[in-house]
Design a binder for this molecule. Structure first.
Ligand code: 6R9
Length: 665
């Protein structure tokens, strides 16, 4: 991207690069698993007969204080209304009703802190905590519809805060703890948040890192924010701003544990979650209540085969991502799961940490990202072999395509060669799982997410919206509305249409941004993003976002960022930069500039966006129409022969870049 032109390369079929599927291997469900599975083939039949009736049946598993008038109102696409006219309280459904049905003593969260401290929180205790937090927030004058930003480590107060918002009809916007003050501020401003909930600090790899200090930096001059509630976690001294800042353990803890939940409309906003798209500015994806909770609860029950009385479920995601929202907070709690919540990194204090936790709590269902599976592979199978993992009966994968080798390793070394693996495809925008095998029903296939869930309809199509043949790459689209679908982009009502629906407007399809293909059995293989979104360890970061950060550094004239394939993190960020002309005759110290650019990107976005490599180049390859040829840069970054560069405006540019690349680690 240059300072002048902000256009990015359009979506091209060339982006579909993943190797062909290995369809030879499939794993049929064991008789034992099948006999006890929550899912059976009748779900598909029911949904095929009448998908609205199917979803209504799932919605009936929730407690509604007023029944809906209409299951789906799709009269004004792409704006859906699900269970219109119905009323419910999401937090009541996730907490209170389990206490009322006699399960108050059941553990909701087995929380494990990074330094080794633990807390077991029952549903009854969770109800008290959520009620206290709700009373605290309403005592500040917050009313339904107001926004609360939450930036917290993986501690129980994160779950409590989200549920307290849901209980009051406040809209939460959780910001991942690794985001910089600048990124936090952009989210606070965009949502016009009245309250921010954070902690003094967070543990990261054995040491306490500041969090409140970052929040303070972010909030300088932030006019909408009236109060900041601070959870004590690492015990670091922090500066508390008089009149604005409140300690959780004083202000929240002193509230009454009684709170009467009010009901809200099925379409009442539940949360905003920012995610990267094809432009520099993250989009605030909006989700609402009834349809979202219906689909996350249903999918959590059938995809993870949850048995609330006996299972111990563990999703390794962070609460700052959609997976944490849907499969740590709303889905599992709606289903009365007992779950493990872990604060730290997988190798603190040692590489067996996850397996130690599985063994200690008897985890039965384990849901993580392929990047972590590949990391485990790198550390070696002797590590899981040192623990008793016999309790594990189901494994899940999410966030990026899982390569068949990682699938097999997971199956063999964590799943003892017997447990089903569910490879779940979905997005922040879809809210809940969309494509996955159903354990006990589907014969699984390493590397393929396989089939749309009951009640979900997807297709793989070509440029014109026509379904592709088996083996042919195409675009994944969703061709029917679904209950957990995003209700748009916060503050930009027109933008969702343009970003997701205009690509296949004539057909009325939702464009997911992923490439995919069918194999000869009709199973779906995801091929990665076809747009400018990179996937680093399952985290979405747009190339444009990193480019914008780089060109905002005074030394940079132009930059181009690509996601290069990486054996552990899926992709890694490689940045090519052209430095601004310097007329002071100084010799530029490259290493110092690169270090400064790297720090700048971290400051602008956060450590997850830190480029793995930054290359100072004299020129960027551009087409004659001036578009940066990212594909070529990707070839260079991945060490491929750059081949035919006949369409390049300046072919010598590529040679120079390829040469400078060869000399880097
Ligand atoms: C849930 C989540 C969404 C993007 C999505 C796709 C990739 C997620 C996947 C997968 C292949 C899977 N993705 N799960 N690709 N197989 N099982 O990750 O949401 O952060 O919004 O990312 O992640 O590219 O478009 P989000």
């Amino acid at each position: 991207m240059s300072r002048e032109s902000m256009t990015s390369e359009s979506i091209t079929r060339e982006s579909i690069t993943r190797d062909g599927p290995d369809v030879a291997r499939t794993f049929a469900p064991t008789e034992h698993f099948q006999a006890q599975a929550n899912a059976d083939a009748s779900h598909y039949e029911h949904a095929d007969r009448d998908s609205e009736h199917f979803w209504a049946t799932q919605a009936e598993n929730l407690v509604w204080t007023q029944p809906w008038d209409e299951v789906l109102d799709w009269s004004n696409p792409p704006n859906a209304r699900w269970f219109h006219g119905g009323k419910l309280n999401v937090a009541y459904n996730c907490v209170d009703r389990h206490v009322e049905s006699g399960h108050g003593e059941q553990v909701a969260l087995h929380w494990v802190g990074e330094p080794g401290d633990t807390r077991d929180i029952t549903y009854a205790q969770l109800k008290d905590e959520v009620s206290r937090a709700a009373n605290a927030l309403s005592s500040l004058g917050l009313v339904a519809g107001d926004r609360v930003v939450i930036q917290l480590p993986m501690i129980p107060e994160a779950v409590v805060s989200m549920l307290a918002c849901a209980r009051l009809g406040l809209v939460h916007s959780v910001v991942f703890g690794g985001f910089s003050p600048a990124a936090l501020r952009a989210r606070v401003d965009d949502a016009e948040a009245r309250v921010v909930i954070t902690s003094d600090g967070q543990y990261r790899r054995g040491a306490g890192a500041p969090m409140k200090a970052n929040v303070d930096e972010a909030l300088v001059g932030a006019e909408t924010v009236e109060k900041v509630i601070v959870v004590r976690r690492v015990g670091e001294p922090v500066a508390m701003q008089e009149g604005r800042d409140l300690w959780w353990d004083e202000f929240v803890a002193s509230q009454s544990p009684e709170h009467e939940p009010e009901s809200f409309d099925s379409e009442h906003p539940l949360f905003i979650l920012y995610t990267s798209g094809t432009t520099g500015k993250p989009k605030g994806i909006l989700h609402t209540s009834g349809g979202y909770l219906t689909q996350v609860a249903y999918t959590h029950r059938v995809v993870f085969d949850l048995k609330p009385d006996t299972d111990v479920y563990w999703c390794g995601a962070d609460i700052g991502w959609i997976t944490g929202h849907s499969y740590i907070v709303y889905g599992p709690l709606a289903n009365r799961a007992t779950q493990v919540m872990y604060e730290g990194t997988p190798n603190t204090p040692h590489e067996g940490r996850h397996f130690e936790i599985i063994e200690k709590y008897g985890v039965t269902i384990y849901y993580i990202a392929p990047t972590l599976i590949r990391t485990f592979m790198k550390w070696g199978e002797h590590i899981p072999q040192g623990y008793n993992l016999e309790s594990v009966r189901l494994l899940g994968s999410v966030g990026e395509p899982i390569n068949p080798e990682a699938w097999m390793w997971y199956h063999t070394h964590i799943g003892r060669g017997t447990t089903p693996i569910v490879d779940t495809w979905w997005q922040t925008e879809t809210g809940a799982i969309m494509i996955t095998p159903l354990p006990g029903v589907t014969a699984t296939k390493p590397g393929s997410a396989q089939v749309a869930l009951p009640g979900i309809s997807v297709q793989i199509v070509d440029d014109h919206g026509a379904q592709v043949e088996a083996g042919e790459g195409g675009y994944l689209v969703i061709d029917k509305p679904w209950p957990a679908m995003s209700r748009g982009i916060w503050g930009e009502p027109e933008r969702a249409q343009e970003v997701y629906w205009d690509r296949f407007k004539a057909q009325g399809y939702y464009f997911a941004g992923d490439g995919a293909k069918y194999d000869e059995h009709g199973d779906i293989w995801l091929l990665g993003r076809v747009d400018d979104v990179m996937n680093i360890s399952g985290h979405r970061i747009s190339t444009v976002e990193v480019e914008s950060a780089l060109v905002s550094h005074p030394a940079v004239a132009e930059s181009a960022v690509v996601g290069a394939s990486d054996p552990t993190t899926g992709q890694s960020i490689v940045a090519f930069v052209i430095l601004r002309d310097r007329n002071d005759g100084d010799i530029v110290d490259r290493d110092a500039i690169i270090a400064s650019l790297s720090a700048h990107v971290v400051a602008e976005i956060g450590p997850i966006a830190r480029p793995k490599r930054i290359l100072v180049v004299p020129e960027l390859p551009k087409t004659r129409s001036g578009k940066i040829m990212r594909r070529l840069l990707r070839d260079v970054a991945e060490g491929r022969d750059i081949g035919d560069v006949a369409t390049l405006a300046d072919t010598s540019a590529m040679r120079t870049i390829a040469t400078s690349m060869a000399g880097t680690p």
